[in-house]
Design a protein around this ligand. Structure first.
Ligand code: AMP
Length: 495
């Protein structure tokens, strides 16, 4: 299939050719004809599937009759409203819209919180057909009467699950009440939870076309996953440094569960000589964008991030992510590892866990319906003993490790025996039966009824986890440089 089959306007086709897309992704193949035809869509698609173009291209196509070059703001009312949960996701959508609309006289702008309203107000006053917004800031503009939503004919709710998580439901309801009833509505969500279904019933027409291109809550097939077990939390920092150095990772996101943890880990990695920086909800927008820019340029090789960054981040072919902490919400695991293996590229997701994290891992495995390969990493050397000793052990251990570089680690080796505290071994434990759902992430299928997901039983692995990680990382050293990348923004809830 090619983009020709959609009958898109030549000016859109020109833009598509310019960005280098030749074949529609599965969600594009399914959604574009429906949206061009005016239908409502409820789409389940992970980030990285090309969903932004899947809704933007047909919306532009539908708005083509309104495209005009008049200078009069009245000739450019808001006709398409795209809502996103975070400022950076909104910004990313806006960049995509700008690319795809490059050759058509349809205007777009983006509004989100945390920055001066005045330039946004000026852009809104001059008139835009396509408005991309986070809900809170949009309502600020509505209140200030700088925008009218009375001509909106298409509404997009992107990452609707995240919007609900972040408590945006009342804002969404207020916004939707301002829109004409006769409109097209498109809802995209990584998962179809019962809450999302309820939201869809409220905001979409009675018969939306349901499109699901990824197995629900399944992680991308082309992401190699591995869990490294460490015996205590204090060993994780050295474990990250070890993985980054020994695997030669030059572009990796490390996820932590807390903002403090992110900042501290970034500082510690810097002391180990690793170019690292942190990005989380306490950083200003300017700081976050600056860090992201450095990450894209390769000046920062390890970006330590909270879940704020798990959404809306688009870095083409990011080769690896590391979960320093396993996330509390298993869905976040799916989003985090979705930062790698995007748009068909292969990637590696490594997670560190202590024995106390077992419950979190069990929840994740239930969700993804897969037993994730475990390999033990055990710290050797005096610094780790230092970390274990006494109440101030962690600080002392950190200081000592500042000068030891990577020497406290040995390459993990295979062993059938259980790890002793100061030995190093890798213990593959379980065979993972092929999961037909998991292994077919891009297959279209009707939305299943709520499923009961049984926990996978621990078995034994067949493949060598270490080998598979290395295979998955084979592209690291040729990670592309030019990447559109945007980080998730500051949610209402703190991270
Ligand atoms: P999204 O899921 O919208 O965040 O898109 C993920 C990435 O896929 C972005 O970098 C897009 O530029 C890219 N992309 C979208 N559609 C296509 C396509 N048809 N062919 C190749 N890359 C695409």
């Amino acid at each position: 299939m090619s983009f020709d089959s959609f009958g898109l306007h030549p000016d859109l086709m020109r833009a598509i050719a310019e960005v280098g897309y030749t074949t529609p992704t599965p969600i594009q193949a399914q959604a574009i004809p429906v949206i061009v035809g005016g239908g409502d869509v409820m789409g389940a698609a992970q980030t990285g599937t090309g969903k932004t173009a899947a809704f933007t291209l047909p919306i532009l196509q539908r708005l083509m009759p309104h495209a005009n070059t008049s200078a009069s703001p009245a000739r450019h009312p808001v006709r398409a409203l795209m809502l996103a949960p975070t400022r950076e996701l909104a910004d990313q959508i806006a960049q995509n819209v700008g690319q795809y609309a490059k050759y058509v006289p349809l205007r777009s702008t983006v509004v989100f919180g945390g920055v001066d309203m005045n330039p946004q107000t000026a852009a809104l006053r001059s008139g835009v057909e396509i408005l991309i917004a986070t809900p809170g800031r949009l309502l600020d503009h509505v209140q200030q009467k700088t925008v009218s939503l009375g001509s909106v004919s298409v509404l997009v709710l992107d990452e609707a699950d995240r919007m609900l998580d972040m408590g945006f439901l009342p804002d969404l309801q207020r916004i939707v009440n301002l829109l004409p009833k006769a409109r097209q509505s498109l809802l995209f969500s990584a998962t179809f939870s019962p809450e999302i279904r309820k939201l869809a019933k409220t905001f979409l027409n009675d018969t939306p076309t349901v499109i699901e291109v990824a197995a629900r809550n399944a992680t991308a097939e082309n992401v190699t996953q591995i869990v490294y077990t460490v015996d205590r939390a204090e060993a994780k920092r050295a474990a990250v440094a070890h993985l980054v150095k020994s695997l030669g990772l030059k572009q990796v996101i490390v996820f932590t569960n807390t903002k403090i943890g992110a900042s501290r880990l970034a500082r510690e990695l810097q002391r180990e000589g690793i170019p690292a920086d942190a990005i989380h909800g306490d950083k200003s927008q300017g700081e976050r964008l600056a860090t992201l820019e450095k990450f894209k340029k390769g000046e920062v090789e390890v970006m330590v991030a909270t879940d704020v960054a798990a959404r809306g981040l688009d870095i083409a072919e990011l080769p690896a992510v590391i979960n320093y902490d396993l996330p509390y919400a298993p869905e976040d695991y799916v989003h985090r590892i979705g930062r790698t293996g995007r748009a068909g590229a292969s990637g590696t997701a490594m997670s560190l866990m202590t024995p106390e994290d077992q419950r979190l891992l069990t929840d994740i495995e239930k969700l993804v319906k897969k037993t994730i390969v475990r390999e033990a990493l055990v710290v050797s050397g005096s610094s780790n003993r230092g970390e274990r000793s006494g109440s101030g052990g962690e600080r002392r251990g950190e200081r000592r490790s500042d000068t030891r570089g990577d020497r406290g680690w040995k390459e993990p080796e295979r062993s059938s025996s259980r790890a002793s505290p100061y030995a190093t071994l890798a213990t593959p434990k379980s065979a993972v039966p092929a999961d037909p759902i998991f292994s077919q992430p891009y297959q279209s299928k009707a939305v299943p009824s709520e499923e009961s997901s049984a926990a996978p039983s621990p078995g034994t692995t067949t493949a060598s986890p270490r080998a598979s990680v290395r295979a998955g990382l084979s592209s690291i050293r040729r990670a592309p440089k030019s990447v559109p990348a945007i980080l998730g923004g500051k949610p209402k809830s703190s991270t």
